[in-house]
Design a protein around this ligand. Structure first.
Ligand code: PLP
Length: 399
């Protein structure tokens, strides 16, 4: 168990300690003054637009203030448009992307439910962990990390197994793989198996079509292609997912993420307190969504693709290659093979200290073998790719 959780005897302040503490207070330095801007080109968070920072600094309103409720309603509408859904139950849950994942599963899974989790990276593995903690009968199909889920194999499994729910990660951030969400959704159409889709890394950077793909529960995070700081998890539940929640035999075992309770705050004429919404974070998300719509969603998606192609070409010139085959590559998360003889951690450290650029390391079986370069939201710009390529050229000693 982690040290912080061990029982410790409360320490009594030594004589005179209060005076020392008061003296220290007078000399406090503000660590925030030492923060320097870092170009965030890792797997998230991404860099934040100045307009979003400005939105976060607007005056805090009460969580039931009528003007704030108008902003909440606008956010729901914008989220529906970016998700391409008519789902009434669409809102930003309080918490990071994992809270979205937990919200989807904790509301839709009951003990003993047979569920199928499709895994080809860290985040599919996390869904398995959550589903098993909920007492589901969890089946998994595992695909090699760095390759996509294969719909034909899933179709075969669906013929032999009876499931209540199938879960997939659209954009597997741990490997840079785009999974075939539309095809998996098509396999489930017409049946009563719920389809849960993780769009934490894809939403806002790639077209997501929740309704056309038959998605019943979709969740995301604010800090990737939506380019807001971390802290919110947009979620959406289809009418039949809502019906499943209402007909549960057991209570949702998590009070904070129980959608039937949260909906009373986010929907209807009269709003009821559930928990105090993170008001300023919601301003930030609202502003980030407005920026995306002002640019135009299609233009945003094209920008992500363009910078991805620029990066792939530039890395090629440096003799670096991508892990994932071109047909399954994510534009916003590029897994780059670390060349033989190069110290991957040292390159990341030098990028951060000398060039003020953050990129990510590999996870699980890919630790030490890849770098993860994010081109998400506000980060996804030509000048940022130029800056990173220049820095890599200098570090790797290429002409
Ligand atoms: N799902 C995917 C695909 C992710 O990339 C992440 C985070 O990187 C998560 C879920 C979890 O999100 P968070 O770290 O915001 O809790």
């Amino acid at each position: 168990m982690a040290g912080a959780l061990r029982r410790v005897k409360p320490a009594l302040p030594a004589p005179g300690a209060t005076a020392i503490m008061m003296g220290m207070a007078a000399n406090l330095t503000n660590k925030l003054d030492g923060i320097e801007e870092v170009l965030l080109m890792g797997p998230g968070p991404s860099s934040v637009a100045p307009e979003v920072y400005a939105a976060l600094a607007r005056p805090t309103l009460g969580h039931l203030d009528p003007y704030f409720i108008e902003i909440m309603d606008e956010i729901k509408g914008l989220l529906r448009r970016v998700m391409n859904t008519a789902n009434e139950l669409t809102l930003p849950a309080s918490g990071t992307g994992s809270a979205g994942m937990e919200a989807a599963l904790v509301n839709l899974v009951e003990p003993g439910d047979p569920v199928l989790i499709l895994i080809n990276g860290v985040f599919g593995t996390r869904m398995r962990e959550i589903a098993s903690r909920l007492g589901a009968r969890v089946d998994v199909m595992e695909f090699e990390w760095g390759t996509p889920v294969v719909p034909g194999q899933v179709a075969e499994r669906l013929r032999s197994g009876r499931y209540k729910l199938v879960a997939l990660v659209h954009a597997e951030t741990s490997t840079g793989v785009l999974n075939p969400a539309a095809e998996i959704g098509a396999l489930l159409k017409g049946g009563d198996v719920l389809f849960v889709l993780d769009t934490v890394t894809s939403l806002g950077g790639l077209k997501v079509e929740a309704d056309a793909w038959g998605v019943d529960a979709l969740y995301s995070g604010s800090q990737k292609c939506l380019s807001c700081p971390p802290g919110l998890a947009p979620v959406s539940f289809s009418p039949r997912a809502v019906e499943r929640i209402l007909k549960r035999n057991t209570k949702v075992p998590n009070w904070y993420l129980d959608m039937s309770l949260i909906a009373k705050y986010w929907e209807g004429e009269k709003r009821a307190y559930h928990h105090t919404a993170p008001i300023n974070m919601l301003y930030g998300l609202y502003q980030a969504l407005l920026l995306a719509f002002q640019e135009g969603l299609e233009a945003v998606y094209r920008r992500h693709l363009r910078v991805h192609e620029q990066l792939a070409a530039g890395l090629g010139e440096l003799g670096l290659s991508l892990l994932v085959a071109p047909t399954a590559r994510l534009p916003m998360l590029n897994a780059v093979r670390v060349p033989e003889g190069v110290d991957e951690a040292e390159v990341r450290t030098r990028l951060r200290s000398e060039f003020k650029i953050e990129i990510g390391a590999g996870l699980g079986p890919l630790a030490g073998k890849i770098w993860r370069i994010g081109l998400m939201g506000h980060t996804a710009r030509k000048e940022n790719v130029d800056r990173l390529l220049e820095a890599l050229r200098a570090i790797l000693g290429k002409r």
